[in-house]
Design a protein around this ligand. Structure first.
Ligand SMILES: [Zn+2]
Length: 176
């Protein structure tokens, strides 16, 4: 939107406020604290709705959208001291890793042929399979992982132990 023929920060601000349905604020002679809190809440709601819409329509985030429901900072990002483990988990959660499901996509291999090369299950090598792959039986024992459900481990079961377990799985495969 142009303001006096210019595309600048004030024209962007006016456009943003209008799009939020709060253009009446700009018609006032003085802006009250309740106006700014209303605007802040409305812009936050719009951002979260767009965030969710974009995530749901993104095919690559097939796993992420199964367990990520709120646009909030994940505690593991602050609580995991091991930087490499933290990066590994972030990549795991967002499918930015080298499991077969992704490397196969890079080489145009059909999904049903992106199977795990570390066990004899013929399972598709994706995030859910990594958590149950027989190749990592010893690691599951070492870290006492009894519930291997992806959604559980990425939500209520996500703690330092889970992060270290998944990091160790990737290290065992040599694909950190
Ligand atoms: Zn496997």
């Amino acid at each position: 939107m142009l303001c006096n023929g210019y595309d600048n920060w004030s024209s962007h601000l006016k456009s943003m406020i209008d799009n939020a349905g709060l253009g009446y604020i700009l018609q006032k002679t003085s802006i009250q604290p309740c106006d700014t809190s209303c605007l802040k809440q409305r812009l936050s709601d719009i951002y979260k709705q767009n965030w969710n819409d974009n995530m749901q329509s993104n095919q690559k985030l097939r796993s992420y959208k199964r367990f990520k429901s709120n646009c909030t900072l994940e505690p593991y990002l602050c609580n995991t001291e091991n930087l490499s483990a933290r990066i590994c988990l972030s990549r795991f959660r967002t499918s930015n890793h080298r499991l077969g499901i992704e490397t196969g996509r890079h080489h145009n291999i059909p999904v049903h042929r992106r199977i795990c090369k570390f066990c004899n299950s013929d399972a598709i090598d994706d995030e859910s399979h990594l958590l149950v792959c027989q190749f990592h039986n010893n690691l599951r024992l070492e870290y006492n992982i009894t519930n291997t459900d992806l959604v559980y481990l990425m939500t209520t079961g996500l703690n330092n132990n889970t992060v270290n377990y998944i990091y160790s799985c990737f290290r065992a495969r040599g694909i950190t």
